[in-house]
Ligand binder design. Structure first.
Ligand SMILES: [Zn+2]
Length: 199
């Protein structure tokens, strides 16, 4: 509509802006002039927890505030745009929404959304881990192609979740967000003790 490139900015109410995309589709520069951003190891391979200390909050300081989000570190060295600020490749959602696989590995929600991107005909979906070995995939289809969607969802999610789990696919007329709550695309309903990635 605006005939302009779209840039993404990452931040939260408590911390203000934390990172911004330096070019459409490019890495995110950390707001290192206003915030100390630490990438702390997480149980998910290749992903770090974002722990931040905003330097401008004087009334209620936040020191090493754990955002609960996971990030993928960017390339070391200066970005091609010339900015001296370090980069992250992307932010990958909440630590608590990681799935736990039967072999004990944690899986980022991003692996799920990435796999389901290739399935055509889905208007909205939600993936719920109901037990350590059972997953429910709720789908609001764009058109009547249930059999093809079911087959494709089982194939791509089987690729990331591995064997030893059941994947149930259910079709819904509408996947409206629950009233007053955020709509989670990937949701872990395991009890806290069963989750690996919650500290
Ligand atoms: Zn840059």
């Amino acid at each position: 509509m605006f005939r302009a490139p779209v840039f993404d900015v990452y931040g939260m109410t408590e911390t203000g802006p934390l990172a911004w995309q330096c070019a459409p589709g490019g890495p995110y520069h950390l707001a290192e002039d206003t915030t100390i951003v630490e990438l702390v190891p997480s149980p998910v391979p290749g992903r770090a927890r974002l722990v931040v200390t905003p330097l401008w909050r004087r009334v209620m300081p936040l020191v090493r505030y754990d955002t609960g989000d996971l990030a993928v570190a960017g390339d070391r060295g200066r970005c091609a745009c010339g900015s001296p600020f370090a980069t992250i490749a992307r932010v990958e959602g909440r630590v608590v929404d990681c799935l736990r696989l039967p072999d004990g590995e944690s899986l980022s929600p991003y692996a799920i959304t990435l796999a389901l991107e290739e399935v055509k005909g889905i208007a909205r979906y939600r993936v719920i881990q109901e037990s350590p070995t059972a997953f429910l995939v709720e789908i609001e289809p764009e058109r009547r192609a249930e059999d093809a969607i079911t087959e494709a969802v089982r194939r791509v999610l089987g690729g990331v979740l591995g064997s030893g789990v059941t994947i149930r696919v259910a079709f819904r007329d509408s996947l409206e967000p629950p009233a007053g709550r955020k709509f989670k695309v990937v949701e872990n309903r395991l009890r806290e003790a069963e989750r690996l990635c919650v500290s």
